[in-house]
Design a protein around this ligand. Structure first.
Ligand SMILES: CC(C)(COP(=O)(O)OP(=O)(O)OC[C@H]1O[C@@H](n2cnc3c(N)ncnc32)[C@H](O)[C@@H]1OP(=O)(O)O)[C@@H](O)C(=O)NCCC(=O)NCCS
Length: 229
């Protein structure tokens, strides 16, 4: 089985993918929106999807969406052709699309909404945790995608706080609780002989200032640190 980041050579599978997404949603009774051929084609040709194939036959698919100006990424539209199910295809596809999301958006939280046990298992293995909906993107455009779900009334009655889907969220280690990204210390080599200065951006009540650790290599005990506002 081949698991690849999508490119225009995968456009030949787009009708089959769209049809299977629709048929599976009907069978599950979720009534999730039918994604247009144009939308799926764009994801595929821009390299924002993962496609699995076997001997030229389409096996599975998943794509990336960004929300809240890139603060959140969702791996959406996971679908495996019925004939290839329960052979680990979804696991491989989700692993690849998750890695693609982390590479493209290293500071974004990755989330998903699902009622499916298979997806819950895969997400847990990737480090996602179950959360309430207020932890997810509050981008109206994302929630508008639920409008064609049979459970949309429940979501609205619950004021978008919860519904029948389980929300799962992966938070990168460098993201603080309020969503800001920690910057890695930048190692700067100064022109002064034998000194390596390490600069940390630090937040205090007055705003951000720079903390510089002067690292004089002559002796570890001679290290001095100073704050420059
Ligand atoms: C859900 C779906 C993507 C799973 O694809 P798959 O290739 O069969 O999944 P995998 O073989 O990688 O299985 C992953 C795990 O889920 C389990 N699993 C697979 N199908 C399952 C099912 N129907 N019910 C319960 N567990 C299931 C597997 O046993 C495996 O668990 P393990 O790691 O403990 O062994 C596929 O059934 C599908 O396309 N369904 C319709 C669309 C859909 O529901 N998409 C998800 C939208 S959120």
């Amino acid at each position: 089985m081949e698991i690849e980041i999508s490119s225009s050579m995968h456009l030949m599978y787009v009708s089959e993918i769209q049809q299977e997404m629709y048929d599976s949603a009907q069978r599950r009774g979720t009534g999730i929106a039918k994604r247009s051929i144009e939308y799926l084609s764009k994801k595929i040709s821009e390299g924002n999807a993962v496609v699995a194939t076997e001997n030229g036959e389409w096996v599975g698919f998943c794509y990336i969406e960004t929300w809240s100006h890139g603060q959140f990424v969702a791996n959406s539209g996971l679908i495996v052709s019925p004939k290839f199910r329960e052979r680990g295809a979804a696991t491989l596809i989700k692993n690849k699309v998750f890695q693609l999301s982390r590479d493209k958006y290293p500071n974004a939280k990755v989330f998903g909404l699902t009622t499916g046990l298979a997806v819950m298992k895969i997400n847990s293995d990737l480090g996602y945790k179950p959360v309430i909906y207020s932890e997810l993107t509050q981008d109206d455009e994302f929630w508008n995608g639920c409008k064609s779900c049979v459970n949309y009334d429940i979501l609205m009655k619950k004021e978008r706080k919860n519904c029948l889907c389980t929300a799962m969220l992966f938070v990168p280690e460098n993201i603080t609780k309020n969503g800001a990204a920690h910057t890695q210390p930048e190692i700067k080599y100064s022109n002064e002989m034998s000194q390596t200065d390490i600069e940390y951006p630090v937040q205090n009540s007055l705003g951000e200032f720079q903390m510089t650790i002067k690292n004089n290599k002559k002796s570890p005990d001679e290290k001095e640190s100073h704050l420059s506002v």
